[in-house]
Design a binder for this molecule. Sequence first.
Ligand SMILES: C[S@@+](CC[C@H](N)C(=O)[O-])C[C@H]1O[C@@H](n2cnc3c(N)ncnc32)[C@H](O)[C@@H]1O
Length: 219
Amino acid sequence: MPHEPAGTDVDASEFWENRYRTGRGEDGRMWSGRVNATVEAQVAGLTPGSALELGCGEGADALWLAGHGWTVTAVDLSAAALEVAALHATREGLADRVTWQQADLATWHPTQEYDLVTSAFLHSPFEFPREAILRRAASAVAPGGRLLVVGHAASPPGSGHDHDPDAPPLPTPAEVVASLDLSADWVIESNTTVERAVTWRGHDVTLVDAVVRVRRPMH
Ligand SMILES: C[S@@+](CC[C@H](N)C(=O)[O-])C[C@H]1O[C@@H](n2cnc3c(N)ncnc32)[C@H](O)[C@@H]1O
């Protein structure tokens, strides 16, 4: 993902809004519309319940969760992305299973607990308090529930991230776990990188995902 050049007068909200409004393909979406394979692999074996997704974008993961029995609240900064998400929720008959919420996660606080809190590729070329957001995410996990954080462990080819000295660093899985500042009774169920073969901008490439899944104790 390109880093927004220093000195630009575009803020994060405008950046994402423009990106989603101008980046749409023929199907009306910017992203593929398919659940992320790593998210699917991590969640497929869990018993459905309540879920919160942070930075849901156009909602592909949230819709997959809803289609697999979860009751989902999905939050993103971009109204344009959420419009697409809501449209597809209606088309897929899942509108009553997902609540879409437009909010800046830098200041947004969850008001209830969830069996699953998930975040996939919550990266931004703008400074934002990702670690604090993920700590709040952990605090919203119900007893016995899980937090899943999937992110880029290496820059996607062609993203320009590698060449930008101002780009925010990509944390390793271990750095994500450490930044969550969990008490010792949480169980670290995944703290690893996973390779994923995709077609990215017309090329077959291998992406590397950082996968952290942690479970809150029952008591
Ligand atoms: C790389 S996209 C990932 C979208 C989605 N999770 C996916 O995997 O397709 C990052 C998302 O984070 C959202 N985002 C960035 N900064 C945010 C903020 N401060 N508050 C809420 N969402 C934010 C963007 O609008 C965008 O949808």
